[in-house]
Design a protein around this ligand. Structure first.
Ligand code: C2E
Ligand code: MG
Ligand code: MG
Length: 747
């Protein structure tokens, strides 16, 4: 409400002021009525500004006081002027009025500066721009107005001095306006109004110089300019923004097109003057002032340019910094790392470690990207905290980090990597979740190469090997790794052809009941009949197929073939055929969101009923949850049975048995191998059958090779077994004489 009221006052004041501006020339310059109107309005301005002094914050009070004094001085000058003209009928020039007029100039400058101080920070560029504009325009003003008067010896000395002092004052005001125009930041109404007041005064002064020389009858019109400056100052005093705390403006000056035009125009004024003089022989130029002015302008422009150069260099540095940093973690990014690595490799021995977080994708899938991002930030912090000053850690992208250590031996680097991985071990708490972090690390050095990309590639190869290996997840690069990778690449490429030309076959291994060794089901196992290599083992090509994704296509074929085979056996062997078929499914297949649909389709297509299919999954595949567990649940929903393969060799998390719907535990061969040895070797096999019994699961003992093992397993409580003792995997197992009589367990 208050602001609106004040704004209304501004409007009313401005309207009254503009009316006076129109009325004044109508009443006539030099008439008594005109003089009364003019001086009365000036008095009103003084009253308004003084009222402002009373209402203001203490720190601005001085500024308004000085401005009021300036208006007061002008009023005193005008009254004196009119007394000389109207009452004494004498020429008012020169007269005591000039003392007041000239005295008001420094007061006006001081008042304006006081009222606008504190609104800028250090603004050297703005100051230089103001100086350039003021020097250019000022030079013209000097050459045209001040110089001729000051140098004209025919005029009496006092008049000459006063005649030069007025344009001199205007020169100072011009500099002030230029300064206010070139301030950085958005202009606010208060200072803008003050500047407009001075601008109007300045324009009237300049106009006056010309009018008195060429068109004296227009003097009245010029007075309107002075009157207008009073209107504007009064409005500034009434305007609410003038009472607001002075905002400190930040940021450099904006060099927009307007300012560029102003600056260009100002610097071109000197050559323009010379051109006009040369072409028209007018005006008469003082070479000394032109020379001094030109040199001054030149120096100012140079200073401004150097400011630009520094600014551009600083911004280039900032841009470079931004381009070299990873936003999420604040660590240096890949580009920075590669630059530093190139320098390090060129300078001497350098060690590089690439760290890739294990199972980071699952964290993202399960808890969302925000949690994943937080985790990355914590990991980055931990890595950075554990490095010495000149070692470098960078985020290479995704969940991959790289460490560069110069001048360290292989042993020292291994120690550093130990320290880093140990630092990652404590659980990370993010959004109420306790997350375990582990990383696979590949290490390489610049031995016999000076190519930084080669060093990175080697570290990468080592890192992938580290991911695949059991136990420690740290690996140093060795040439064999490349050979292995190349061999795997070749194998991967050949696998495509193998799929297209039908080189894969399935064999089936019986799973029998104990003690009667009757075949209850078979496990389908894939074989690759390679035209040159001969038989390739699944242990050699399944991991490669998992990596290049071909396992998805191959797995679908296996599933279809195994199910179709089970149905075909039923048709030919009747009840002698195994009731169920077990199919191995890898982690990559489970992670496919539509895998359960595929299984349903295959069942429908082959006519096998769901409860006759067993899907074997490994603990590791379902350990981290996410889509894999969902797939298993969907399969279970279909009626398909789920077996945990190689149980006891992976994470062996018993909690898993509660979160994943499991029907069967396949106890790994390594626990069966030792079962008949003396000592405590049967402990695990015993414990596992108890767990299975306790949870109501069936247990299958894998890799049974001898009758003794079979007997012992039966004694421990195992009722299902699989192994060479009962039958090797074969394309067509003999269901009628499955174990050739030898497999029957003697109890
Ligand atoms: P697995 O699923 O644990 O399969 C059992 C492996 O143990 C088979 O090796 C089988 O031939 C072998 N085995 C069975 N009884 C004995 C025994 O008494 N002694 C010994 N020493 N070995 C025995 P295979 O066929 O070489 O398969 C190795 C692994 O390859 C499998 O382990 C499975 O993880 C994977 N695999 C095999 N076929 C497939 C498949 O069709 N799909 C997928 N995803 N993986 C498969
Ligand atoms: Mg299996
Ligand atoms: Mg197994």
């Amino acid at each position: 409400m208050r602001t609106i009221a004040v704004d209304r006052r501004v409007t009313a004041w401005t309207a009254a002021g503009l009316l006076s501006c129109v009325a004044y020339p109508l009443l006539g310059d030099g008439t008594l009525a005109g003089a009364v109107l003019y001086n009365l309005f000036e008095l009103l301005t003084l009253v308004v500004v003084l009222a402002r002094v009373r209402r203001n914050r203490p720190e601005d009070r001085l500024g308004w006081c000085v401005l009021a004094a300036a208006v007061g001085f002008r009023l005193a000058g005008d009254v004196t002027y009119e007394i000389y003209r109207q009452v004494l009928h004498q020429s008012p020039f020169p007269s005591p009025a000039d003392v007041f007029y000239l005295g008001s100039c420094p007061l006006l400058v001081a008042g304006t500066l006081l009222l606008t101080r504190g609104r800028v920070g250090r603004d050297l560029a703005g100051l230089l721009d103001a100086a350039i504009i003021a020097t250019g325009l000022g030079l013209v003003w000097w050459v045209l107005a001040i110089g001729p008067i000051a140098g004209d010896s025919s005029i009496p000395l006092l008049e000459r001095l006063l005649g030069a002092a007025y344009p001199g004052c205007d020169l100072v005001l011009l500099a002030l306006v230029a300064r206010m125009l070139t301030r950085s930041g958005r202009p606010t109404p208060g200072p803008a109004l003050l500047a407009a007041g001075i601008g109007s005064l300045l324009a009237a002064d300049v106009g006056f110089q010309f009018v008195t020389a060429y068109r004296p009858e227009l003097e009245g019109v010029i007075s309107v300019g002075w009157l207008l400056s009073n209107v504007v100052w009064g409005a500034a005093a009434l305007h609410p923004s003038a009472a607001a705390p002075a905002p400190v403006r930040t940021g450099g000056p904006r060099v927009g097109p307007g300012r560029l035009v102003l600056l260009t125009g100002s610097t071109l004024l000197v050559p323009t003057l010379l051109f006009v003089q040369g072409a028209l022989g007018f005006p008469h130029l003082s070479w000394l002032s032109i020379g001094v002015g030109a040199v001054l302008l030149f120096v100012l422009v140079l200073l401004r340019m150097s400011g630009f150069v520094t600014q551009v260099q600083r911004q280039a540095r900032q841009l470079r910094d931004l381009a070299m940093r990873d936003d999420l973690t604040g660590l240096p990014n890949r580009r920075f790392f590669e630059e530093r690595l190139a320098a390090a490799v060129a300078a001497g021995p350098a060690q590089v470690a690439l760290l890739d977080l294990d199972g980071f994708k699952d964290v993202n899938d399960r808890f969302g990207h925000a949690v994943g991002d937080r985790l990355l930030a914590v990991v980055a912090q931990r890595l950075a905290d554990r490095l010495r000053g000149d070692d470098l850690v960078a985020r290479m992208g995704g969940d991959e980090f790289a460490v560069l250590v110069t001048g360290a031996s292989a042993e020292a680097m291994a120690g550093i990597v130990d320290r880093l991985t140990a630092g990652l071990r404590p659980p990370v708490e993010v959004a109420g979740q306790e997350l375990l972090v582990a990383a696979s690390v590949g290490i390489a050095d610049g031995e016999d190469t000076d190519d930084p990309y080669e060093v990175l590639r080697r570290a990468d190869t080592a890192m992938y090997a580290a991911k695949d290996q059991r136990g420690s997840h740290v690996r140093r690069y060795a040439v064999e790794l490349d050979e292995r990778a190349r061999a795997e690449d070749r194998l991967g490429a050949e696998m495509r052809t193998a799929l297209d030309t039908g080189q894969f076959r399935l064999v089936y291994q019986p799973i029998v009941s104990l003690p009667d060794a009757r075949i209850v089901s078979v496990e389908a196992l894939v074989r690759w009949h390679h035209p040159e290599r001969g038989l390739v083992n699944p242990a050699d090509f399944i991991p490669v197929a998992e990596q290049n994704g071909l396992i998805v296509e191959l797995g679908a074929w296996i599933l279809r073939t195994a199910c179709a085979q089970a149905v075909a056996w039923h048709a030919t062997h009747g009840t002698a055929a195994p009731a169920r078929v077990s199919v191995n499914v890898s982690a990559r297949q489970l992670a496919e969101p539509d895998f359960a649909d595929l299984v349903a389709e295959v069942l429908a297509w082959t006519g096998l009923s769901a409860h006759n299919l067993i899907i074997e999954v490994t603990e590791t595949a379902v350990f981290r949850g996410g889509q894999s567990v969902q797939t298993v649940k969907d399969l279970h929903q279909l009626g398909v049975r789920i077996a945990l393969d190689d149980f006891g060799t992976g994470h062996s998390s018993l909690g898993l048995l509660q979160t994943v719907p499991v029907d069967t535990l396949k106890v790994d061969k390594s626990f069966v191998d030792t079962i008949t040895m003396a000592g405590r070797h049967a402990v695990i096999a015993t414990a596992l059958i108890q767990v299975a019994d306790g949870l109501g699961l069936t247990a299958v003992a894998e890799g049974v090779e001898t009758a003794e093992q079979a007997t012992e397993l039966h004694r421990l409580g195992y009722r299902l077994a699989q192994g060479y003792h009962f039958g090797r995997p074969a394309a067509q197992p003999d269901f009628h004489d499955a174990v050739s009589g030898t497999g029957t367990v003697a109890v």
